[in-house]
Design a protein around this ligand. Structure first.
Ligand code: HEC
Ligand code: HEC
Ligand code: HEC
Ligand code: HEC
Ligand code: HEC
Length: 417
């Protein structure tokens, strides 16, 4: 229902096995990972699913303790969403967690913060947060830290889980990278193959499957590229004070909040096609990431706006005015869940995928619009990206702070007739 005729035909030369695709009402699809969906874990979420820090392990040092010698990397990290990932710093995550908690309590279940396994993994009371025995507490600095330096650099193994994956951290305090032990460092370092192929990211970014077994996010099926190559590009500046090396791997981790990486997400091609007396415009959108676009969080949305103008520059036709989902669904790249016949439910209530029209890895989607009016002299096409659709912002009380509600321009083209 919420689906689109045209997009349906053009969709998915996708690459996953066993994925049926869209019947009009019911798009069964294997999504990727993360997200508020996560949420659903609620029941049966046992503390055993927390990361393993072996008995007698060295404590996880605070990220601030790395700042004096790794100032450039520290500053990048501090500005990244890895440093702002907990309920104490990310207002959107906090709003979603509150909505989740309310839903649990309404069902007579205990609220919990199982989200912490990915959003606040350094918490010294992680298991208690996940089981609901403890509530988030902003005076506990280990919770506020988010995805800190020592968490990533002590990852030793990624363990598959049913709903999501977990990590085993190293017992001794050496910091792992892809390189051999570094004698120039005043602390121990060690080699781990997980830092070569990007698998180090996958304990948090691989999957989230809700209790109805709806795959809310499954990056392992949506993307095969090396995460580090695109999300940690080399940047100017030494990795450590006094180091002879002049560049380092950026720790800004750009994603949906970053205009520059978004502009690398898709290529837009616009062509006028003439058949006899009929003219139409064809808009091809190619996914240039190595995973689905938009990626990850099921609330991320992209859409194409098409405007036809006359000689004076006045808009005489546009593909939608207010809401692309209602007015021109084929131009929207988005996924939604359903429960019974209700489409658009939060991931923790999802019983099935309602539809998924995001661009698959490597996919090019082509949209066609007839240009009836001879008065049209220019057509302008723009691809936009939203972190959260306006309805989610309203529905979940996500603060409109200029971050959560920002509209990003991914690509723009115009053609003269
Ligand atoms: C007293 C200074 C100092 C402190 C504090 C420090 N480091 Fe380092 N670290 C270094 C130096 C120097 C290097 C080597 C740089 C080079 O090879 O040029 C290094 C290298 C590293 C490397 C890369 C190893 C490799 O493979 O080349 C990692 C990872 C690392 N540090 C993590 C951390 C983390 C995490 C912290 C905080 C918990 C931290 N360091 C605190 C000085 C420090
Ligand atoms: C301990 C869990 C964890 C690990 C390990 C982890 N991430 Fe993340 N990552 C998160 C969470 C949680 C967020 C969402 C933070 C938020 O916005 O609240 C996130 C967000 C991101 C974003 C989006 C940033 C934005 O602006 O929206 C990117 C990109 C990213 N991570 C890349 C990586 C890469 C690459 C790796 C591996 C080198 C990695 N992550 C490892 C948990 C993790
Ligand atoms: C070819 C480059 C490329 C590779 C490889 C790649 N990404 Fe991305 N990624 C992008 C671009 C461009 C975006 C911004 C568009 C988007 O959100 O889909 C992005 C977005 C993201 C986001 C942001 C989601 C959000 O909602 O803010 C996350 C998280 C992410 N990628 C994780 C990963 C992980 C994990 C891997 C490895 C499995 C990976 N990426 C591999 C290019 C890449
Ligand atoms: C989300 C996981 C993650 C977090 C958080 C993280 N790192 Fe890294 N770091 C990596 C990865 C992946 C690499 C690439 C290393 C490689 O090739 O081995 C890396 C590389 C490094 C290097 C070597 C840099 C170079 O270019 O040679 C240093 C030093 C380092 N990190 C320090 C830190 C410090 C300090 C922090 C906190 C301020 C931090 N890291 C936070 C994943 C992370
Ligand atoms: C299995 C790991 C995992 C769990 C568990 C998890 N998340 Fe996330 N979450 C992520 C990752 C990774 C991202 C970054 C990718 C993205 O932005 O799409 C993210 C991003 C988000 C975002 C977008 C943040 C922003 O600033 O735009 C929200 C909101 C969110 N999660 C809510 C939740 C809530 C609420 C819970 C618990 C009820 C939860 N997540 C549990 C991994 C997880």
């Amino acid at each position: 229902m919420l689906f689109f005729a045209k997009a349906k035909r053009q969709v998915l030369p996708h690459r996953f096995n066993n994925v049926e695709f869209l019947s009009e009402e019911n798009a069964a699809m294997k999504p990727r990972f993360v997200l508020p969906a996560v949420v659903s874990l609620l029941c049966g979420l046992s503390a055993a699913q927390a990361h393993e820090l072996p008995e007698g392990a060295a404590p996880l040092e605070k990220s601030e303790q790395c700042a004096a010698c790794h100032p450039t990397i520290f500053q990048e990290w501090q500005e990244s969403f890895h440093a702002k990932s907990s309920v104490h710093k990310d207002s959107a995550h906090k709003a979603m967690h509150q909505a989740f908690s309310k839903a649990m309590i309404a069902k007579g279940q205990k609220a919990n913060y199982h989200c912490a396994t990915c959003h606040a993994p350094m918490s010294d009371n992680l298991k208690a947060l996940m089981s609901g025995e403890a509530e988030p507490d902003s005076s506990n600095t280990t919770q506020v830290e988010g995805v800190g330096c020592t968490f990533c650099h002590r990852i030793e193994a990624v363990n598959k889980g049913k709903s999501f994956d977990q990590y085993t951290l190293s017992k001794e305090g050496a910091y792992h990278t892809s390189r051999p032990a570094n004698k120039k460092a005043p602390h121990q370092t060690a080699t781990s193959p997980l830092f070569t192929d990007g698998q180090v990211c996958m304990g948090c970014h691989s999957q989230y499957v809700n209790p109805h077994e709806v795959p809310v996010c499954v990056m392992t099926e949506e993307g095969k590229g090396n995460c580090i190559s695109c999300h940690m590009s080399p940047a100017e500046g030494s990795p450590a004070v006094g180091s002879a090396v002049k560049t380092h791997f950026s720790h800004r981790f750009p994603g949906g909040h970053d205009q520059d990486i978004l502009q690398k997400a898709a290529a837009l091609e616009v062509k006028i096609e003439t058949k006899g007396k009929e003219r139409s415009i064809s808009v091809a959108i190619k996914n240039t990431t190595e995973h689905t676009f938009p990626s990850t969080n099921p609330m991320r949305m992209a859409f194409v706006k098409v405007r036809a103008k006359d000689k004076k520059g006045a808009v005489i036709w546009e593909n939608f005015k207010a809401d692309p989902l209602q007015e021109d669904k084929q131009a929207v790249f988005f996924k939604a869940f359903k429960a019974g016949e209700k489409v658009g439910v939060p991931s923790w209530e999802a019983e099935a995928m309602a539809f998924d029209t995001r661009l698959k890895t490597g996919e090019t989607r082509t949209l066609t619009y007839p240009l009836y009016s001879p008065a049209i002299s220019e057509v302008e096409v723009e691809l936009f990206y939203l972190l959260f659709p306006p309805k989610a912002i309203e529905g979940f009380g996500i603060p409109k702070d200029g971050v959560n509600d920002k509209r990003y321009s991914v690509a723009k083209k115009s053609v003269k007739m």
